[in-house]
Design a protein. Structure first.
Length: 746
């Protein structure tokens, strides 16, 4: 270990600072955020940043910039670091005695340095067995010290190696823990293995490392990883569970700049080694990631198995109870609705679908009434808001699917599965259009044979954000009993939101601005005027109009696109500045391009089964999921953490690294709003890409509103969405799996 800079020869420039670590004032072990005291040129300065565990006496060179903290004054915010070997006897002694090396305290460090002098670090690295020469160190302790020093040395080397290629300190530590002392060896052999082994490392990061290490652009490692990446991206961003072979090749070729003939050969190798699956259907040869392939196959098998258990219920008895329910609730069901209740009591699996106002919730209540207390029935929905709405409508406890299945952080999977099924005779799931294939598989695994399953949803909503088209595929298969509700309940018929939802589905323009109505349109000439109007509506006009105790929180802006003046990103910035300008630098955190402030409305953007939460009553649990909406309730600038409260009860702490799972939620994309219901919805209608702005999306947006819809923009944009029935094809195989499984049985 060579000496690179004598102790005391420290320097600081506008973007670098060199010095000796004096002490660690604070360190967050989860994300590496550290606050250090560093002695540079005789002065003690504060250095902050995501850094590995550094010990007193270590010489470091930091790169970053100076910042002025409102409470703690001038600090150096480090973005990267370089370790320098301690060169003086005092520096070596402080480093060894800092507590970083197991079995070595200050007195032992002094004895080691007295024994070996300036050769101490080289002996620990190359000949740790010589520690037996130090008085008081026996063989067992010698091995402990040698192993601990080796591990720390390897960890530091790995962190520096990974930092060279742009990995954050938090991600680097995750890699080091997974690969331990073989990290550099394994990564140099095949950097693309990081994609499969380390959560948070994608193809682009692994590719950057590989190309920097000299891996050829047309090598098999790169081409294989690129093909799998093309499929993963199609699944994550577009919801496909598979893709036609020619599309996989075309997308991979464009990204990798590789010849299609070479990629076809690589794809064949991946199929041969069972890393991908190929299957022919009406769209040609389809390529699957194995998990998606077997997932849809298992869903079909389990659904049909449940469907074979017909339920024993006498029609005359059921019809009598339906009449009793109608009388006690002063309603009158249509024949279709009565048939739906009857089928729910007699079918193993039933799908009930219908638009707003068609009585899906009333139907659920009637089914619960008919089944009675003797049938153990559970209620579930994909999101917290949907589950809460289900509870309010039925007067019974409803949970999110994730909470009902109970995720175990220790095991890394749901507690309830085929070995530990749910204790119920009937399960009713609402908002099924939001459920992707992986969640549906987990749900079906947790149901005992003979459990009655009732799936409720709106087939005209957008499909799930995650892969698959579960509700649509089940309905299209024709193999599961289904009821479609079309008649609007009398008490809902006065709502223009309900009427316009059905008008849009029929291809008719919505009726706006009726006297004492709940559906309005404000015409504006430019996108900037639309954006300004939206801010004014949310900050001033609508809170006064609604007279809601929630104020602006009762209003949700939904945008069809992410980019542009009236896209999600730009509107979130405008709305945040208007509704929550902040009270100071110490009450906000900057993460990338986003500033998170105390009281901000935020949305969690991916399933995180291990994120812990607590409630004021002392309840604890794990799991925050894609689409959960909450508010920032605490910010710790020094620790670089914040806390979010969800559903007015679950309080969750986020480390700095975990902020990548949060976005502002003053404005949401229509896709992200699925399963939620808001008092009022405001939506810009300014046109955009034909593939995005269609009838399906428009319908989904307005049906998120409970009491009020306000559109602002151009009339022609509304007409274009209503007339556009095109929707991007989602490649899935569940329909075929259901049909083939049924045919195979026959």
């Amino acid at each position: 270990m060579s000496e690179t800079q004598p102790q005391g020869d420290h320097s600081a420039t506008a973007d670098s600072l060199s010095g000796t670590v004096s002490s660690t004032l604070y360190r967050n072990s989860e994300n590496g955020w550290s606050v250090l005291e560093v002695r540079a040129q005789g002065d003690l300065v504060t250095v902050v940043g995501s850094l590995p565990e550094l010990s007193a006496g270590e010489n470091c060179s930091f790169r970053g910039h100076w910042v002025e903290h409102p409470q703690y004054g001038r600090q150096f915010k480090a973005s990267s670091f370089e370790l320098k070997t301690p060169s003086t006897l005092r520096g070596i002694e402080r480093y060894l005695g800092s507590g970083l090396i197991k079995g070595v305290g200050p007195s032992t460090a002094r004895q080691i340095v007295q024994t070996f002098g300036h050769d101490t670090l080289e002996i620990l690295s190359q000949h740790p067995e010589r520690l037996l020469e130090v008085p008081g160190i026996g063989r067992k302790r010698c091995e402990q010290i040698g192993e601990s020093f080796r591990q720390q040395h390897e960890l530091r080397r790995t962190l520096i190696f990974l930092q060279t290629y742009g990995l954050s300190a938090a991600l680097s530590e995750k890699v080091s823990k997974a690969y331990r002392d073989r990290a550099e060896e394994l990564i140099r052999a095949n950097p693309y293995r990081l994609i499969d082994d380390i959560e948070g490392v994608g193809f682009l990061t692994a590719d950057r490392i590989a190309l920097s290490l000299g891996f050829p652009a047309d090598g098999d490692y790169r081409l294989h990883a690129g093909i799998k990446y093309a499929l993963r991206e199609a699944s994550l961003s577009q919801g496909h569970s598979c893709l036609p072979r020619h599309q996989v090749i075309a997308q991979a070729a464009g990204m990798l700049r590789a010849a299609e003939a070479m990629l076809n050969s690589c794809l064949d190798q991946l199929i041969l080694h069972h890393q991908l699956v190929e299957e022919a259907d009406e769209n040609g040869n389809m390529i699957f990631l194995p998990d998606a392939y077997y997932c849809e196959e298992e869903i079909a098998r389990r659904l049909l198995r449940l469907n074979r258990y017909s339920q024993q219920a006498l029609p005359e008895h059921v019809m009598a109870q339906i009449v009793q329910f109608e009388q006690s609730n002063e309603i009158r069901f249509s024949q279709t609705q009565r048939d739906a209740v009857l089928q729910a009591t007699q079918s193993g699996v039933l799908v009930i679908t219908g638009g707003p106002g068609t009585g899906k919730t009333t139907l659920i209540n009637c089914v619960l009434y008919v089944l009675g207390e003797g049938v153990r029935t559970l209620l579930a929905a994909p999101t917290g808001r949907a589950a809460k709405r289900m509870s309010e409508a039925t007067g019974r406890d409803a949970k999110t699917i994730h909470r009902m299945l109970e995720f175990s952080g220790e095991e890394g999977q749901f507690l309830h599965d085929q070995q530990e099924p749910l204790d119920c005779d009937c399960l009713i799931v609402d908002e099924v259009s939001m459920v992707d294939i992986f969640l549906m598989r987990s749900l079906l695994r947790a149901l005992k044979p003979g459990t009655r399953l009732i799936l409720v949803g709106d087939r005209d909503q957008l499909p799930s954000v995650g892969p698959g088209n579960v509700l649509g595929d089940i309905l299209e298969s024709g193999r599961i009993a289904q009821v479609r509700l079309t008649e609007i309940f009398r008490q809902e018929s006065h709502s223009m939101i309900v009427q316009n939802a059905h008008r849009i589905n029929r291809g008719d323009l919505p009726i706006c601005n009726t006297r004492e109505g709940d559906f309005f349109f404000e015409r504006k000439d430019t996108a900037d005027e639309v954006a300004q109007t939206i801010v004014d509506l949310c900050a001033r006009r609508l809170p006064a109009f609604l007279k809601s105790k929630e104020g602006p929180r009762a209003i949700q802006v939904l945008a069809p696109t992410k980019k542009g003046t009236c896209g999600v990103l730009a509107l979130n910035k405008r709305l945040q500045d208007a509704l929550n300008p902040g009270t100071g630098e110490d009450q906000q955190l900057q993460y990338g391009e986003t500033t998170f402030r105390l009281h901000d409305r935020v949305i969690h953007t991916r399933n995180n089964y291990q994120l812990a939460w607590t409630t004021a009553e002392g309840d604890e649990g794990q799991g925050v999921f894609n689409g959960d909406i909450g508010y920032v309730c605490a910010v710790d600038k020094d620790a670089q953490t914040l806390e979010v409260i969800y559903d007015e009860e679950r309080r969750t702490a986020y480390t700095y690294a975990q902020l990548e799972e949060l976005d502002l939620a003053y404005c949401l994309s229509v896709h992200k709003s699925q399963g939620s219901e808001f008092e009022a919805v405001v939506m810009p209608v300014v046109g955009g890409h034909y593939l995005l702005l269609n009838r399906n999306l428009f319908y989904t947006a307005i049906t998120r509103a409970r009491s009020l819809v306000v559109l602002t923009g151009y009339e022609q944009a509304i007409a274009a969405m209503v007339q556009n029935t095109h929707h991007r094809q989602r490649y899935t195989a569940l329909t075929r799996r259901l049909q083939q499984a049924q045919e195979d049985k026959a």
